[in-house]
Design a protein around this ligand. Structure first.
Ligand SMILES: CC(C)(COP(=O)(O)OP(=O)(O)OC[C@H]1O[C@@H](n2cnc3c(N)ncnc32)[C@H](O)[C@@H]1OP(=O)(O)O)[C@@H](O)C(=O)NCCC(=O)NCCS
Length: 373
């Protein structure tokens, strides 16, 4: 397991700071009541067992790379960067437009970031956090000054819409963070990251890879949908997320009560409750949006960061703790000293439909003074 000691002692001066955020959720909404008409479930069961009320689903040919594009364009516009200013683009996803080329390549092409290195990270619900780790170490090392880190998913494309035990859980969406090198005392202070590949069958998609390429049989057997053993995954998620959170807090001498905000992977509100209760966190130290989006896999954590920033729930100097858990098994955490001055807050109208209009970026003030120094 990565301990981070070498990094902290040797390279503490140059850090990767979060300097901008972007989000795009497809406009079409699927409520629990809609699901009641599709499978044998109820709004009450879904709400009580998961905390989810609705989720956003792509329609009309919108692709994962389109969601990522809109979220990325918003984040870039916010700081006035051109796509060509980027030194790297990394996308965490389990639902790329195609197996290859990578969705990061596609995103780079759509953005016009020609020549900018771009690649995908496959770490399921930890995909964004693993991507953040790559962004962090690359910026800290001096190989990159500006990184676009993306979590983007079209989970609706790999969900079995006749399986009530999984189809109620997931949603589509994309969110991004922009990282920039800084010598200020802000940014990603520490990360914890790990995996345990012995639990493949807890959560996986059996078909479509080289082990089980697509055949009529794999299609008939529903092998191209995700399969999950929910209860066991639940228990391991609580255990690992708690361990990651405690490790990061203890290693950096931060008390739980000093946390400005805890953001956990949005798989199930009961998982987050179990973790945050054991950390003795108060409600105002926790940010969730699972109620509105369900589990958007790699997009959950950056979408929470986005909304927390927009709603004024994070302020400069706050400690932010992000913790993920996902198939693999994979887990990761990031302890961040928030360094952004307040950004323009979204109007109630813009938040209402959970989407970011194409013209939203025009209403943002690009750049912040401390970044330009
Ligand atoms: C999936 C999950 C919500 C299921 O909740 P649960 O409380 O564990 O429920 P169970 O699987 O034990 O099922 C309990 C009952 O509800 C039923 N059920 C399952 N899905 C249902 C649904 N959508 N509507 C109604 N009933 C449902 C089951 O069939 C079972 O019925 P039974 O007792 O008659 O057999 C939960 O296990 C979970 O969130 N797991 C972890 C997910 C996760 O962490 N993912 C991380 C990586 S993304």
């Amino acid at each position: 397991m990565f301990k981070g000691r070498f990094r902290k002692e040797e390279k503490k001066q140059r850090r990767a700071a979060v300097v901008s955020v972007g989000k795009y959720m497809p406009p079409h909404i699927l409520t629990n009541f809609d699901l009641e008409k599709m499978v044998d479930t109820s709004n009450q069961w879904i709400l009580e067992r998961t905390g989810i009320k609705k989720r956003h689903i792509v329609k009309n040919g919108l692709r994962q790379s389109d969601l990522a594009l809109r979220a990325s364009q918003e984040a870039l516009a916010r700081v006035g960067w051109s796509p060509m200013d980027l030194d790297m683009i990394v996308v965490g996803t389990v639902t790329p437009d195609h197996i290859f080329p990578s969705s990061a390549n596609t995103l780079a092409g759509k953005l016009g970031a020609i020549g900018v290195p771009s690649w995908d990270v496959l770490a399921a619900c930890s995909g964004f956090m693993y991507s953040l780790y790559q962004g962090m170490v690359t910026v800290e090392s001096g190989r990159a000054d500006k990184a676009l880190v993306v979590g983007s998913e079209v989970m609706s494309s790999i969900v079995d819409w006749t399986d009530r035990s999984t189809c109620v859980l997931f949603g589509d969406g994309a969110s991004v963070l922009l990282l920039e090198a800084t010598y200020e005392p802000y940014g990603i202070i520490d990360m914890e990251i790990g995996s345990d590949g012995r639990h493949l069958k807890l959560l996986h998609m059996p078909g479509g890879g080289s082990a089980h390429p697509a055949t009529h049989e794999t299609v008939n057997n529903k092998e191209h949908f995700l399969h999950m053993e929910g209860q066991e995954t639940f228990k391991l998620a609580v255990r690992k997320m708690l361990l990651v959170a405690k490790t990061l807090l203890e290693r950096n001498h931060v008390n739980p009560e000093e946390l400005g905000l805890f953001i956990g992977h949005q798989a199930n509100l009961r998982i987050i409750d179990a973790v945050t209760k054991r950390l003795n966190l108060k409600p105002d130290q926790i940010f969730n949006n699972i109620e509105r989006y369900g589990n958007t896999t790699s997009a959950t954590i950056p979408s929470c960061v986005y909304e927390a920033e927009m709603m004024g729930r994070i302020k400069k100097g706050d400690w932010i703790l992000l913790v993920s858990f996902g198939a693999g098994l994979t887990w990761a955490g990031a302890l961040i000293k928030w360094g952004i001055d307040p950004l323009p807050v979204l109007g109630a109208d813009a938040m209402a439909d959970d989407s970011v209009s194409d013209t939203y970026s025009d209403r943002l003030k690009p750049g912040r003074d401390w970044q330009k120094q």
